[in-house]
Write a protein that binds this ligand. Structure first.
Ligand SMILES: *[C@@H]1O[C@H](CO)[C@@H](O)[C@H](O)[C@H]1NC(C)=O
Ligand SMILES: *[C@@H]1O[C@H](CO)[C@@H](O)[C@H](O)[C@H]1NC(C)=O
Ligand SMILES: *[C@@H]1O[C@H](CO)[C@@H](O)[C@H](O)[C@H]1NC(C)=O
Ligand SMILES: *[C@@H]1O[C@H](CO)[C@@H](O)[C@H](O)[C@H]1NC(C)=O
Length: 432
């Protein structure tokens, strides 16, 4: 479909994909952009929220590596209020790890500094706050990496959207129940309150909720990943102030330095996650055609998962084991809170940024696969390039629907660790 600057563009989802697209399209002169979501950004149960997100340019994949380097420059300027260059330590239990070797190749080619660790304890020279015994680990450190305050960075991006004359709709009127479909064309969205909202282009940036709105088959799977928060005393936080972000690729466990001001120690697992199976129905393409019904994995829509504090018992134990290995003195602390963070996983960890191949008027910007947030300063530009059909072919292919389909699911990009993906059981689902 051709794009005109006066077209009505409706962006569903106020996370890093939706807001990035809105702010960039506004900057390119689109005059009629509306972002809708259940909550004003930062959306509490989205994955573009929270006190911290890893920021790194280390990628085994050259396209993401380049994008991340570009983003990192802006984290140090436009978004510097939210960025903390604590350094990053990537560890593996095995002598060689394909993801680490790939990252090192990319860093070397990009002439970025890094320090290889034959033995994890060598990291303690630069980062004495690491108290665990890391002798069985290897990997590398990258002093340029760090973390960003996701919630505050998203607020800045949302503000930039509003300055660019983007409209926002939140609450029941901003809660999409289904797409409005006329044959092969998507003409708008139905919402919990009031008449449908129509537009010329619908950009679906609905992250982990995407499969509840359109059939995604095996191209995306929403997975819950455990996160835990521990309240430190001021003295403890001071002692850990120079802690780097530490990622154990063998288990998926990672830990952030304490957040300044609140002294919260955050840990999480970048793993294969949990599925929450729900029954969904999609509107038929034509009147009289049967409703397509499927079981998909999705977080809840109508209750903010951020308000519940549930993680399955096995992941609670895994997070504690992870802390025990890196910072043993904190392994048995009570959680201040825990949560599940919902990833939108694609078979290879590639984003899906493309016109929907069958539904006219529908553009997809999703598939973050647990690694999109760091691209916040540049993601909108890449989305807008695809939207305007000016992106390089290799980028369009990488983020195409076809790339996400027909692949064996759940392999990801090789950066995950820990146990296989599993369904939450009945009791666990009742706790969400
Ligand atoms: C956007 O389009 C709607 C519907 O055509 C119109 O009512 C509204 O005034 C437009 N807004 C802007 C900012 O052009
Ligand atoms: C660290 O672990 C290694 C191997 O398990 C062990 O040989 C070494 O004594 C440990 N170091 C300390 C300081 O406990
Ligand atoms: C990393 O994870 C592996 C696998 O769970 C574990 O054996 C190892 O002790 C962990 N190391 C660190 C430093 O967390
Ligand atoms: C569900 O998993 C939990 C562990 O998180 C376990 O304690 C419980 O027995 C399981 N319930 C069922 C019905 O399988």
């Amino acid at each position: 479909m051709p794009r005109h600057k006066s077209d009505r563009i409706l962006i569903v989802g106020a996370g890093v994909f939706g807001l990035g697209a809105a702010s960039e399209l506004a900057a390119r002169g689109y005059q009629n952009i509306t972002v809708i979501d259940r909550f004003p950004p930062p959306v509490p149960d989205g994955s573009s929220v929270d006190i911290s997100r890893v920021i790194r340019a280390d990628y085994a994949d050259p396209i993401y590596g380049r994008m991340a380097t570009e983003a990192q420059a802006l984290w140090q300027t436009e978004y510097k209020d939210h960025f903390h260059q604590s350094g990053l330590v990537l560890l593996t239990e095995t002598p060689e790890h394909p993801y680490i070797e790939g990252c090192i190749d990319v860093l070397r080619n990009a002439k970025q500094p890094f320090t290889r660790l034959g033995n994890g304890n060598e990291a303690k020279t630069a980062y004495p706050a690491l108290s665990g015994n890391l002798s069985r680990m290897s990997g590398y450190t990258n002093a340029a990496g760090g973390w960003a305050d996701a919630a505050s960075a998203i607020k800045q991006l949302a503000f930039k959207c509003a300055q660019g004359r983007v409209s926002f709709i939140t609450g029941p009127r901003g809660t999409v129940t289904q797409l409005q479909r006329r044959g092969n064309k998507i003409t708008g969205v139905e919402v919990l309150s009031g008449p449908p909202i129509t537009a010329d282009h619908i950009i679906l940036a609905t992250g982990a909720w995407t499969s509840t709105l359109i059939p995604t088959y095996e191209s995306v799977i929403s997975t819950g990943q455990p996160v835990g928060f521990i309240q430190l005393t001021a003295d403890e936080a001071k002692r850990l102030r120079k802690l780097p972000v530490v990622i154990n690729l063998s288990s998926g466990f990672f830990v952030f330095p304490p957040t300044p001001g609140t002294n919260i120690l955050k840990v999480a697992r970048h793993g294969f996650g949990y599925e929450n199976p729900v029954e969904v129905k999609y509107p038929p393409a034509q009147k009289g055609m049967p409703v397509l019904q499927k079981t998909v994995s999705s977080p809840l829509r109508d209750r903010s998962g951020a308000r519940t504090s549930f993680i399955p018992a096995d992941s609670d134990k895994a997070l504690r084991d992870g802390i025990r290995q890196v910072l043993p003195e904190f392994a048995d602390r009570v959680w201040d809170r825990t949560r599940l963070c919902w990833y939108t996983d694609t078979p290879r960890g590639d984003f899906i940024i493309t016109d929907h191949p069958q539904m006219e008027g529908l553009f997809l910007a999703t598939g973050g696969s647990g690694h999109a947030f760091k691209f916040l300063p540049v993601l909108g530009k890449y989305i807008a390039d695809v939207f305007e059909n000016v992106a390089p072919q290799e980028v369009k292919d990488k983020w195409s629907y076809e790339n996400a389909m027909n692949r064996s699911p759940s392999k990801g990009d090789g950066s995950r660790g820990g146990p296989k993906r599993r369904n939450l059981n009945v009791t666990e689902r009742a706790s969400l």
